[in-house]
Design a protein around this ligand. Structure first.
Ligand SMILES: C[S@@+](CC[C@H](N)C(=O)[O-])C[C@H]1O[C@@H](n2cnc3c(N)ncnc32)[C@H](O)[C@@H]1O
Length: 284
């Protein structure tokens, strides 16, 4: 499940999908882009692997496989009126379009992988180049410090890839306006406060997984980093019906990452993937 606290407001989803007006503008790559990409691998050594994982999510795959699961969450929570949204590690911007469709006033996605940025602008070219939605070729570490600019910040599928989850949580809080809402989706393990899995090597064949906390552990980390009222709003075991190979994505998928004799375990013997969604607010 990829979750999100959205809905309410005018549903612009259909107009996004059908307003194929086209437009003359191609994406403008910022002048500093080459410098950012050159320093990115040094400052963000897991970027290539994270991008590969996200490439599995073509738009069609995302719509077919992800939306049926997460639409429940989008229906349950309302976006603030006139919300300005930031989606960290947005890939090709799939969820950014969903947020615009749910009524956001402005949506910014950031992702250091240039192929996603170009995928996004190829779609935006057809959806409407003047729509208030953009994807910038940036990692979270390139964002201005203490920006306090967004009503809602999403971090989905990112925390377990970060070497320092504490720094990630602090950065997320500092991107939010006072009282703004964080929506964080990540892999968790079963267990109580202060239990966390740090895989020795790979997790579900992924080489770049650092910390898988229990829900209570993550709630404790969120509090420690100044986030208010952290709570888990969804938890689900990822199924092989949801995360699977398709005609568009023919590589290995979840069933290849699980122990064939015991699907409650990964091939490495870790607990199989369980994903949870957490919400918290930035202090006033
Ligand atoms: C597992 S994917 C999650 C994609 C999307 N958020 C989703 O839930 O489907 C991780 C994404 O993080 C991006 N990424 C890698 N390093 C990053 C960084 N330093 N800051 C922000 N995003 C990063 C990758 O390019 C990739 O698109």
């Amino acid at each position: 499940m990829r979750g999100a606290a959205l809905s309410g407001g005018a549903n612009r989803g259909s107009s996004v999908g059908t307003a194929l007006m086209g437009g003359p503008n191609c994406p403008t790559v910022p002048l500093s882009f080459a410098r950012i990409m050159n320093t990115s691998s040094e400052r963000n050594p897991q970027a290539a692997q994270m991008a590969d994982e996200s490439m599995l999510r073509t738009l069609r795959f995302q719509i077919e496989a992800i939306w049926p699961q997460e639409s429940r969450l989008f229906a349950r929570y309302a976006l603030p009126v006139d919300a300005h949204i930031l989606d960290i590690g947005c890939g090709n911007g799939y969820h950014c379009w969903r947020m615009l469709g749910a009524g956001a006033e402005r949506v910014i996605g950031i992702d250091p992988s240039v192929k996603f940025v170009f995928q996004f602008y190829a779609i935006k070219q057809f959806a409407g180049h003047d729509l208030p939605i953009d994807v910038l070729p940036l990692g979270i570490e390139h964002m201005p410090q203490k920006m306090a600019a967004f009503d809602t910040v999403f971090s989905m599928g990112i925390l377990y890839h970060r070497r320092s989850p504490m720094d990630h949580l602090r950065e997320l809080r500092e991107l939010l306006k006072p009282g703004g809402q964080l929506v964080l989706e990540t892999l968790v393990i079963e267990g109580g406060a202060n239990q966390v899995l740090v895989p020795d090597d790979r997790y579900a064949k992924m080489p770049n997984v650092w910390f898988l906390p229990s829900p209570d552990t993550l709630i404790g980390w969120m509090k420690k980093n100044g986030l208010k009222n952290p709570r888990m709003v969804d938890i689900s075991t990822t199924t092989i019906e949801e995360q699977r190979s398709t005609d568009w994505m023919t590589f290995e998928s979840l069933k290849d990452f699980l122990d064939p004799n015991d699907p409650s375990k990964t091939v490495e013997g870790h607990p199989a993937p369980v994903r949870a969604v957490f919400i918290a607010e930035a202090p006033y």
